[in-house]
Design a protein around this ligand. Structure first.
Ligand SMILES: *[C@@H]1O[C@H](CO)[C@@H](O)[C@H](O)[C@H]1NC(C)=O
Ligand SMILES: *[C@@H]1O[C@H](CO)[C@@H](O)[C@H](O)[C@H]1NC(C)=O
Ligand SMILES: *[C@@H]1O[C@H](CO)[C@@H](O)[C@H](O)[C@H]1NC(C)=O
Ligand SMILES: *[C@@H]1O[C@H](CO)[C@@H](O)[C@H](O)[C@H]1NC(C)=O
Ligand SMILES: *[C@@H]1O[C@H](CO)[C@@H](O)[C@H](O)[C@H]1NC(C)=O
Ligand SMILES: *[C@@H]1O[C@H](CO)[C@@H](O)[C@H](O)[C@H]1NC(C)=O
Ligand SMILES: *[C@@H]1O[C@H](CO)[C@@H](O)[C@H](O)[C@H]1NC(C)=O
Ligand SMILES: *[C@@H]1O[C@H](CO)[C@@H](O)[C@H](O)[C@H]1NC(C)=O
Ligand SMILES: *[C@@H]1O[C@H](CO)[C@@H](O)[C@H](O)[C@H]1NC(C)=O
Ligand SMILES: *[C@@H]1O[C@H](CO)[C@@H](O)[C@H](O)[C@H]1NC(C)=O
Ligand SMILES: *[C@@H]1O[C@H](CO)[C@@H](O)[C@H](O)[C@H]1NC(C)=O
Ligand SMILES: *[C@@H]1O[C@H](CO)[C@@H](O)[C@H](O)[C@H]1NC(C)=O
Length: 405
């Protein structure tokens, strides 16, 4: 692993803000696995997005108020919109610092320098989801598995996680529309040669959970920028979403993890799962993971804003990709609580599909090849279960098919 932190200092790119958020987030400083040449950098992005405008909200609200909002959102969506959202969205322009990491296979193993996998993580993680370094080993690292197969990856910390900015407005700024605009910008930069000094002409978008929601939206809104998509921990079945929002018991991150998150640095509406139990319920399927993997996740768990929780399911994000012709692959653990409510085969008796993830093909009327893989003994946090190394081989078979090498 070639850490770029020293290099960045020479280039003057490592800013004070980054140093502070390192302390604040209890961030895992590992840049990448031993078989990849990884460069981490902060990208200053000017982003314009059409955002939901919230009202009667407060980024520093107390626990009672945070819970009251959630209660209304889940049980009375119409009342929620009337009381807390303005009827029309508004354009918002801001600069954000986003930390991204490009990893190329070491020792000339790269199959084609102009091919890249674009990885977007979900809620509760930062980009280290893709380099899930339990006890600092590479066993659960997708970046490592990809590098071993000769493929380059680019991953970044979503706004409000890891080493990226943590804006203080957790409703109007840190929300799904902003996230999608950032995802679009970085994808465009990969294509334009503005990341790693390399113009990537083939890109596979790979997401996990909320990251898959964004990759799916990209395949509909900028289909020409993606050659294929792989949606991990994803489906179009919303049955498990409300159980997720309530049972995770999202609570103020600085109170749940006072040692990791700086009270005066992070508003109260940056949230994490309240307890190991509420984390387990939503992300894990016992006993098919190690205690070390669970501990590692708990120690590096990242916050989500209430604004993201209230917007990631909004209309217009997941949408029919009417002109996306590339292949689509869905990889969802059979016991995924959030996207299958613990059984991906529980389709209606009269269904024409065998599993819940198969319904995703309805979003892709002109895809060249739609396929689904449902790993057994796997919950929502796919990359953290025992099955991960095997799942990666399956994912990389899809990747290899697309890149044609
Ligand atoms: C690692 O990547 C950097 C930046 O692209 C490059 O300058 C360096 O030569 C690479 N090192 C190795 C060992 O491949
Ligand atoms: C929490 O905030 C709400 C709204 O500002 C307020 O009505 C309530 O009294 C506060 N509760 C506590 C315990 O501070
Ligand atoms: C929800 O909105 C309806 C219609 O505006 C209103 O009658 C009702 O009291 C509201 N419910 C709550 C719990 O605020
Ligand atoms: C922003 O969204 C609103 C709908 O809420 C729409 O009326 C408006 O045209 C959009 N603005 C832009 C620039 O897309
Ligand atoms: C973003 O930063 C650039 C360079 O500092 C500045 O010119 C621009 O006005 C900023 N944009 C916004 C929306 O703040
Ligand atoms: C890399 O892939 C591109 C197409 O994406 C192709 O044109 C090029 O020939 C490939 N390069 C090598 C060295 O195989
Ligand atoms: C929030 O951050 C903005 C800059 O992004 C700053 O102008 C503003 O003063 C901050 N507000 C609070 C309450 O800290
Ligand atoms: C906590 O955040 C405040 C405000 O951003 C900052 O002044 C302080 O240095 C931070 N403390 C630590 C221990 O990082
Ligand atoms: C992995 O780390 C955990 C603590 O997180 C420790 O209890 C365990 O012994 C370690 N396992 C190995 C194989 O090093
Ligand atoms: C959606 O998921 C629920 C819970 O697993 C299941 O009962 C239902 O049949 C699914 N609906 C479809 C259309 O697959
Ligand atoms: C399957 O049955 C449900 C009611 O259980 C019905 O709403 C739906 O239209 C049926 N779908 C098909 C394809 O027949
Ligand atoms: C379609 O996808 C499946 C699963 O990824 C793969 O086995 C098959 O070869 C693909 N077919 C074509 C024509 O690419």
């Amino acid at each position: 692993m070639y850490s770029s932190s020293r290099l960045l200092c020479f280039l003057g790119l490592a800013s004070v803000a980054v140093a502070q958020s390192t302390k604040q987030a209890g961030y895992n400083p590992r840049v990448g696995p031993s078989n990849a040449n990884c460069t981490r950098q902060s990208y200053q992005l000017e982003i314009t997005s059409n955002n939901t405008v919230f009202q009667n909200v407060d980024s520093n609200a107390n626990t009672t108020y945070i819970t009251k909002l959630l209660q209304t959102f889940v049980s009375l969506p119409t009342n929620f919109s009337q009381e807390y959202e303005q009827p029309t969205k508004q354009l918002l322009s801001r600069n954000y610092s986003i930390s991204g990491t490009l990893c190329t296979p070491l020792n000339g193993q790269v199959k084609n320098t102009s091919h890249v996998q674009y990885l977007i993580h979900g809620i509760g993680f930062d980009s280290s989801y893709w380099d899930f370094a339990v006890n600092d080993t590479d066993e659960y690292s997708y970046v490592s598995a990809a590098a071993a197969a000769g493929y380059t990856t680019f991953r970044y910390d979503r706004l409000g996680t890891g080493l990226s900015d943590h804006p203080n407005d957790t409703y109007n700024v840190v929300q799904a529309s902003t996230d999608l605009a950032i995802a679009t910008k970085l994808l465009d930069m990969l294509k334009q040669g503005e990341i790693g000094g390399q113009q990537f002409d083939k890109v596979i978008g790979i997401g996990h959970s909320y990251g898959s929601v964004q990759i799916q939206a990209l395949s509909a809104t900028v289909p020409h920028l993606l050659d294929a998509v792989l949606l991990q921990g994803f489906s179009t079945n919303a049955t498990g979403i409300s159980p997720f929002l309530t049972s995770a018991a999202y609570a103020t991150a600085t109170e749940v993890f006072p040692d990791r998150f700086n009270q005066s640095g992070l508003p109260s509406t940056y949230l994490t799962t309240l307890a190991p139990q509420t984390q387990q319920l939503n992300f894990w399927f016992f006993p098919y993971y190690s205690d070390a993997a669970f501990d590692h996740n708990r120690k590096t768990e990242q916050p989500v804003t209430q604004g993201v929780l209230f917007t990631f399911t909004q209309t217009g994000l997941i949408q029919t990709a009417t002109s996306f012709t590339g292949p689509v692959h869905v990889v969802t653990g059979v016991e995924d609580w959030i996207f299958c409510f613990s059984n991906c085969y529980s389709v209606p008796a009269n269904s024409t599909y065998n599993s819940i993830p198969e319904y995703v093909q309805e979003l892709y009327p002109v895809t060249s090849n739609f396929s689904v893989y449902i790993p057994e003994n796997t919950g929502h946090a796919v990359n953290a279960h025992h099955s991960a190394p095997q799942v990666y081989q399956e994912m990389l078979a899809f990747v290899s098919n697309v890149f044609g090498t």
